[in-house]
Design a protein around this ligand. Structure first.
Ligand code: ZN
Length: 178
């Protein structure tokens, strides 16, 4: 080996050792310095923040906000729906009672926004003779209705089907019988 190549080898070895030393120092510095502990602190803080986010107070606050939001949306929805209700036609305004089979029937009209038409609600039978609301005397054995005034008693076979009455009311309107 020539002295020049010896020198090159020596320089290379020294260079490698110095570089290794610098790398070791940097590694130790990073290890010693609070970089990792800073990361740990940050992650701990993030975790604490997440935990706080789901704490009771935050949950309560969220629930209250959601409830308020629901109330506001509902209020707007009702307002919009109400503004859409058309006026009750004259023929329906006057047609809220009629006689069918055994009884007199009374009802109210309500706008059905889904079907965009007026529907019957609160349909209830009345005593034809006394014009009084019949009492439901049904039990788990049989269906029965009774007039509180004349005490006429209607058992199963004499009870009119309210669905059938409803159909007859709609039929009367459709065919212009009212
Ligand atoms: Zn009666």
């Amino acid at each position: 080996m020539s002295s020049t190549s010896n020198k090159k080898w020596f320089n290379g070895a020294i260079g490698t050792i110095i570089l290794s030393l610098i790398a070791a120092i940097i590694y130790d510095y990073i290890k010693e310095q609070p970089i990792l502990s800073t990361i740990t602190t940050i992650s701990n803080n993030i975790w604490r923040f997440i935990k706080n986010l789901f704490s009771v107070e935050i949950q309560l606050w969220l629930i209250i906000s959601l409830l308020l939001l629901y109330k506001i949306i509902k209020w707007f929805y009702i307002k919009v729906q109400k503004s859409k209700i058309p006026e009750l036609p004259e023929n329906l305004k006057n047609y809220k009672a009629d006689d069918f089979k055994n009884w007199k029937w009374k009802w109210d009209w309500k706008w059905d926004s889904n079907k965009a038409k007026w529907k019957i609600i609160n349909l209830w039978p009345f005593c034809k003779k006394c014009d009084i609301e019949l009492l439901d005397k049904s039990n788990f054995i049989q269906s029965a209705m009774k007039c509180p005034k004349c005490e006429q008693y209607f058992q199963e076979s004499k009870i009119d089907d309210s669905k059938g009455v409803e159909s007859m009311i709609y039929d009367n309107i459709q065919k212009g019988r009212i």
